[in-house]
Design a binder for this molecule. Structure first.
Ligand code: FMN
Length: 245
């Protein structure tokens, strides 16, 4: 089983399979992370309007027009556009006693994916790294500044990460999902992130904005930019967004 030909990926998939013989590894106690990440000491906060949604768009047309777009106009994104994109990715669509159900699905409704936005050019939003607070549809500032250069560097010199108006950065809080799904939770983190990014792309298409998903990045550099703990909350996925030329 552990022969050198079997790579770590194959081993991970094997060891986290559900089968009739058992649901993966024996139960192990993982700590349970809070449902939401919060930045009580944030230097700045910005409430956005979740209802800032554009005119209706045709789903079938958006599906057929969606492309990964890497060229953007210089004009800034508007705050309304950013709000609409955030809503499409993580907007609350049904609040019940125990859950804030969102526009994108999540295994066990645990929502382990956190959303950060590196704001380069968005009207009325100070450039910097912001964290999205799902509970009240607001942004809280993690770090102020122009992070275009370090983000491009972290993204293997993919320049569109700097020419975009904003870059969505998704991390996964491992212990928000692992207490329930154990190591299988890692599969679900990436599936969750995929759903979220597809929602972003379709919403951007409806708004005539361009998005390019990015999986190629130096993990540690992205995590350092966000000031997150790489062991507890690794970076999963990025997406650059900007107005189409
Ligand atoms: C998981 C994933 C990672 C990706 N990473 C990158 C990336 O790092 N850089 C990039 O330019 N495109 C990236 N892409 C975009 C793909 O290149 C693109 O989806 C593919 O060429 C198909 O084109 P389309 O999205 O326009 O249909 C990624 C897409 C996915 C789904």
């Amino acid at each position: 089983m552990n022969s050198p030909e079997i790579g770590i990926g194959r081993r991970y998939l094997t060891e986290t399979r559900y089968s009739r013989a058992g649901l993966g590894e024996p139960r192990r106690a993982y700590p349970r992370a809070p449902l939401h990440k919060e930045y009580p000491q944030a230097q700045a906060r910005l409430s956005l309007k979740p209802e800032a949604r554009p005119q209706p768009a045709d789903l079938w047309q958006c599906l057929s027009q969606r492309r990964s777009q890497r060229c953007y106009q210089e004009r800034p994104l508007t705050q309304e556009e950013l709000a609409a994109l955030l809503w499409a990715t993580q907007g609350v669509t049904l609040a019940s006693q125990n859950y804030l159900l969102r526009a994108a699905p999540s295994a066990g409704a645990l929502y382990p994916v956190e959303t950060y936005v590196a704001v380069h050019r968005v009207t009325g939003v100070t450039p910097g790294i912001w964290h999205f607070r799902v509970q009240d549809f607001s942004l809280e500032m993690v770090r102020e500044g122009d992070f275009r250069r370090p983000l491009v560097a972290a993204g293997l010199s993919q320049n569109f990460l700097g020419t975009a108006g904003a870059v969505f950065i998704w991390t996964g809080v491992l212990n928000r999902a692992r207490w329930k799904y154990r190591e299988r939770a890692i599969r679900y983190l990436f599936l969750d992130a995929g759903h979220i990014c597809q929602n972003l792309m379709l919403a951007a298409t409806a708004l005539n904005l361009g998005v390019c998903p990015v999986g190629a990045f130096f993990d540690e550099e992205v995590e350092q930019l966000l000031e997150v703990d790489s062991q507890e909350e690794p970076a999963l996925y990025l997406a650059a967004v900007g107005p189409l030329p």
